[in-house]
Design a protein around this ligand. Structure first.
Ligand SMILES: Cc1cc2nc3c(=O)[nH]c(=O)nc-3n(C[C@H](O)[C@H](O)[C@H](O)COP(=O)(O)O)c2cc1C
Length: 171
């Protein structure tokens, strides 16, 4: 049993990074979370073998591109092939990040651009903490929270779901 799936579903992002020569890469990341509001910081855990991990060790800058539900096949592609073997960014239209020197994927529902401020080895992973220096979101998909059916939540393996109708305490 994959016990960590008890903590899913998780909003899944496409993490873009570059190596020290500026060559870009993208991979899917479900293990991400906010960790502070002031300053706004996020954390994400990456397997030490991933090309994205090596890129971050070299350059520290990243973008969390938040794909809409129509990008399910893209998420699967980027989460099942390594940039060591395939140039995954060729699949997308990209543009420059606004505040970091990392490509961002056009047409996503949201973007969080950041710089790594801390990292820690945990088991087979490296836990990165990054300060967000710029963000944007598609207001059609996000009001106070992600709207119904907007973004991809990873259940585990090949299984994904979507945000449903909001529930509020007190009815
Ligand atoms: C939906 C989904 C979520 C994933 N989340 C993570 C994650 O949080 N951390 C991680 O290390 N790998 C995660 N992976 C696996 C990586 O995306 C995958 O191994 C990828 O090939 C690594 O690419 P890279 O070597 O180009 O960096 C996920 C895969 C999928 C399909």
């Amino acid at each position: 049993m994959e016990a960590y799936r008890m903590l899913h579903p998780k909003l899944t992002v496409l993490l873009t990074t570059v190596d020290k020569n500026g060559k870009g890469n993208v991979c899917a990341v479900a293990w991400n979370m906010p960790v502070s509001e002031e300053p706004f910081c996020v954390a994400f855990a990456l397997d030490e073998e991933h090309l994205s991990t090596r890129n971050l060790m070299e350059t520290d800058e990243f973008i969390l591109n938040i794909p809409g539900k129509d990008m399910l096949e893209d998420v699967w592609f980027c989460g099942t092939r390594s940039g060591r073997k395939v140039d995954k960014l060729r699949r997308f239209e990209v543009e420059d990040g606004k505040k970091v020197k990392v490509p961002r994927i056009k047409g996503c529902a949201g973007y969080l651009e950041g710089r790594v401020i801390k990292r820690m080895e945990v088991g087979e992973c490296v836990l990165f903490v990054g300060e967000i220096v710029h963000y944007e979101v598609d207001k059609k998909l996000f009001g106070e929270y992600w709207k119904e059916g907007s973004v991809l939540l990873h259940l585990g393996g090949k299984y994904f779901t979507l945000p449903g109708k909001p529930l509020t305490p007190g009815g």
